[in-house]
Design a binder for this molecule. Structure first.
Ligand code: PMP
Length: 322
């Protein structure tokens, strides 16, 4: 971790995993100045260890920091912290198919005080945990439409990766769980019936005329790094890519006409997950026997192959850690 008071970031150190000790008046506990990132380190066949687009995570952390009135962190400090931790914990980087070391960088306001203002002190830290094989089977998932709760509003923190966004979405997740859905779909609070994103993933729609549609970044959606990578890979494949408002009506109609052939979600944790059905109190869109689509699986394979060193890194997405 590294700490910041009134000067620069300093006191960089690596220490054994253990509890943080915080004064009960520490600002993060009361005013929620907390932001985080998620990325993975992959072991390649020759034993080397690489991470996928860590500078994009560093840049997003800084955008989140700005929104939450936390201090900026130099990109090199972010990447160095990740690299040093992975070097020390190298033995924990697994080498099995689809396995990785999940890295969780986070920043919190650490000044002890009561009163609503930005903290003058901050802590940046990275923890790590081996991530299992998401990919043994790629069973399509059902998702639950959150029509009661919004994840974000105009001018809010929707584009930031802050704990508060997740706290606000947990109640919807509980409802999804109760209906057998592993993810929740949130709608755009500004545009009637427009799809936004899932609780922890961005969403894509594949049409039979080689088109890929995903909700545009309106300031209320998290700018997924996987989302950005999928858009680039789809363009490489010659697909026509559309970032725009996508409505439930289009989803319904696309399924009815058969022109909407695949729906998938993407994010660092699961990389790419085929979507089977959208469930809500009123209806079900999609059918129970939906199989993972061809485009979904091809983009997923391509992304995984780059991440694990089995395909050429033509976009310069990999950073060597060990
Ligand atoms: N949206 C939300 C709300 C998320 O939590 C995540 C996971 N970070 C994503 C999208 C996907 O982002 P990424 O591809 O950078 O993991």
């Amino acid at each position: 971790d590294v700490q910041k008071g009134t000067g620069s970031w300093d006191n960089a150190r690596i220490q054994p995993y253990g509890p943080l000790s915080l004064d009960p008046s520490t600002s993060v506990l009361h005013y929620g100045q907390e932001i985080f990132e998620g990325l993975k380190a992959y072991r390649h066949q020759d034993g080397s260890v690489w991470s996928f687009r860590p500078e994009a995570n560093a840049a997003r952390l800084n955008r989140s920091a700005q929104r939450l009135a936390l201090p900026a962190l130099p990109e090199e400090t972010f990447v160095d912290a990740v690299r040093e931790l992975v070097r020390v914990d190298e033995a924990w980087v697994p080498s099995g198919e689809g396995e990785s070391l999940y890295l969780r960088p986070f920043m919190i306001g650490t000044e002890p005080f009561l009163g609503v203002r930005p903290s003058k002190q901050a802590l940046f830290s990275v923890i790590a945990s081996p991530a299992g094989n998401y990919f043994g089977t790629v069973e399509p998932v059902d998702i639950w439409l959150s029509d009661t709760w919004a994840r974000a509003g105009k001018g809010g923190t929707g584009a930031a990766k802050c704990g508060g966004n997740y706290a606000a979405s947990l109640i919807a997740q509980l409802e999804g769980d109760a209906h057998g859905c592993s993810q929740v779909l949130f709608l755009d609070p500004e545009r009637e019936g427009a799809v936004e994103e899932l609780g922890g993933m961005n969403v894509f729609f594949v049409f039979d005329d080689n088109r890929l549609v995903t909700p545009e970044l309106t300031g209320t959606i998290l700018e997924g790094i996987t989302r950005d990578s999928v858009l680039k890979l789809a363009r490489d494949r010659g697909m026509q890519v559309e970032e725009r408002a996508f409505t439930l009506d289009e989803w319904r109609e696309g399924k009815r006409s058969g022109r909407l052939t695949e729906v998938f979600a993407c994010g660092t944790a699961a990389v790419i997950a085929p979507v089977r059905r959208l469930l809500s109190h009123d209806e079900v869109i999609g059918s129970e026997d939906e199989r993972p689509g061809e485009v979904t699986m091809a983009i997923r394979r391509q992304l995984l192959d780059v991440q694990t060193g089995r395909a050429e890194d033509t976009h310069g997405w990999l950073t060597r850690l060990v």
